[in-house]
Design a protein around this ligand. Structure first.
Ligand SMILES: Cc1cc2nc3c(=O)[nH]c(=O)nc-3n(C[C@H](O)[C@H](O)[C@H](O)COP(=O)(O)OP(=O)(O)OC[C@H]3O[C@@H](n4cnc5c(N)ncnc54)[C@H](O)[C@@H]3O)c2cc1C
Length: 486
């Protein structure tokens, strides 16, 4: 999936023209193919599409599809995406925009749908997301479309184009972000479609999704049915905003202390909503900035949401090898060569890892959390990755196991943060530490030392209750748990 750097022309900070096809002068509409920014507001791609339609006095069609064959497609991921469809349909209707959602269930279902809808479009706008299947999708549509294709970056607060190369680490990107952040941390100005038309017929099946038929629709898809929907996290912008409100009212004040406590509800737990674009980082950052929480907590949160997250996007945008060990810096390559033959005392198979069958109770608990809920707390996620390096026959196998476990079970997987996070365990965006067996100069973590920094017993016990009573642990101040999606 490396053919994603086609002939491109940067139109502005967020917009790239991917081809040089002429516009269709007999068009019936402008087409926005929504792939990753699954929201109707704070969306630069949607805004650009509306403006293009208005310039041409055309209506807008938004097309979104969910295919059955993308890597790790499962009941969990499908359900989370489908949970966001009905609210978008209602919102687009109000906005006067046609919205088509196509659930392609199996190999017999209609194919080439974007290409067909594009035949009546003046131009096509889509999402510029720098990893997983999206760069490949965009390369493929450029091959097929006979109209201009634009990719728009609505990933982060700072446009990815503000950096012209891969940044080495957080300390190199942080000052660059801070220098320009005020220019971008501003309320989003929405655009309104001029030609309102919410029922344009298009050459593609339109799947009607309701809360009541999601389970049935998912059951009919040719996907992995063994990974069940999350009992805690439910998709959609409304659920994301509900969680954001809960976070700001009950958690943010103490975030600087509680974010490293997996046994309580002490962080935003918004990563899956961010991954699917149900909510934008800008909306979250502005709400956090506006809140009355203490400054240390706000700063700590914005460091994760902006500096760390945008470092990951920068990494996958500029590093063609982001999904392999080849993306690691020279010092890691050297240390891996030096320690490739070190003896691994215990090697676990993927199946043993997946079944939480290691000798380490804390590791098993972390895997249990992601297996059941679809997320794993950041603090244990670091340890989780480190231990798999120690328990695999070589570094390549460790990476493959981590990628699989993270992307199969994590709702927030398959993201720039997934690859930056996993490779961080191998030393990416980090520095050399004291040399030791297997890890060489990579930072080392143990369950003993990590587990002393929080109430690991409580966390382990909580994960054991999840299969019967799937609830988040209480937040420090509220004593309540958030009933997501109720
Ligand atoms: C091995 C490993 C794998 C990871 N896989 C993923 C993944 O698949 N998807 C994912 O979104 N994150 C991943 N991370 C980063 C981090 O663990 C999660 O973003 C975090 O746990 C999400 O929880 P939260 O939303 O409560 O975070 P909060 O603490 O509330 O932070 C707010 C937001 O900031 C961003 N953020 C937080 N921590 C980091 C970080 N270390 N790096 C980059 N961005 C961050 C996320 O978008 C997060 O939602 C991984 C980290 C490691 C070590």
């Amino acid at each position: 999936m490396r053919e994603n750097r086609f002939s491109m022309k940067q139109i502005d900070e967020r917009v790239t023209l991917l081809n040089d096809e002429p516009e269709n002068k007999n068009a019936k509409y402008v087409l926005y193919w929504m792939q990753m920014f699954k929201r109707t507001s704070h969306n630069h791609a949607l805004k650009f599409a509306i403006e293009q339609a208005n310039e041409r006095k055309l209506p807008l069609v938004v097309y979104e599809a969910l295919k059955y064959y993308y890597p790790w497609a499962s009941d969990r991921i499908h359900t989370f995406i489908l949970e966001g469809v009905e609210e978008k349909r209602k919102e687009f209707k109000k906005l006067g925009i046609t919205y088509v959602f196509y659930l392609q269930k199996d190999k017999n279902a209609p194919k080439q749908t974007v290409k067909k809808i594009a035949q009546d479009a003046a131009l096509l706008i889509t999402d510029d997301f720098p990893c997983f299947i999206i760069p490949g999708h965009n390369a493929a549509i450029v091959e097929k479309a006979e109209i201009p294709v634009y990719a728009v970056d609505s990933n982060g607060i700072i446009p990815m184009s503000k950096f012209d190369k891969e940044e080495y680490a957080a300390y190199t990107i942080r000052p660059k972000i801070n220098k320009i952040l005020d220019d971008y941390l501003k309320p989003f100005e929405e655009s309104e479609i001029a030609v309102k038309k919410a029922d344009i017929p298009v050459d593609c099946p339109d799947t009607q999704v309701t809360a009541e038929n999601i389970a049935q629709l998912v059951a009919e898809c040719d996907i992995d049915h063994s990974v069940k929907p999350s009992p805690i996290y439910h998709g959609g912008t409304a659920n994301a905003r509900k969680r954001l409100k809960f976070f700001i009212e009950n958690i943010l004040e103490n975030y600087d202390e509680t974010r490293n406590k997996p046994e309580i509800d002490g962080s935003s737990r918004l990563s899956s909503y961010l991954h699917f674009g149900f909510i934008s980082a800008l909306e979250i950052a502005l709400e956090v900035k506006r809140s009355k929480a203490k400054q240390e907590s706000k700063d700590a949160f914005l460091e994760e949401l902006i500096v760390r997250r945008e470092l990951s996007f920068n990494f996958t945008k500029f590093n063609q090898n982001y999904d392999s060990l080849a993306a690691l810096p020279d010092w890691v390559q050297q240390t891996m060569r030096d320690h490739v033959d070190d003896e691994r005392e215990k090697v676990y198979s993927l199946e043993e890892l997946e079944n939480c069958e290691t000798y380490d109770e804390l590791w098993n608990a972390a895997q249990r959390e992601i297996n059941i809920t679809g997320e794993m707390h950041n603090y244990v996620r670091m340890l989780w990755g480190k231990l798999v390096i120690q328990w695999s026959k070589n570094y390549e196998e460790a990476f493959a196991h981590l990628e699989h476990l993270n992307n199969k079970y994590g709702l927030d997987g398959r993201d720039p943060n997934s690859y930056a996070g996993i490779l961080w365990c191998f030393g990416k965006h980090d520095r050399p530490w004291m040399e030791r067996e297997i890890f060489g100069k990579m930072r080392y973590m143990t369950s003993n030392s990590t587990g002393k920094k929080f109430d690991s017993k409580k966390y382990i016990e909580w994960t054991k209750t999840l299969s019967k009573n799937a609830k988040l642990p209480p937040a420090k101040n509220s004593g309540e748990t958030l009933p997501f999606g109720e």
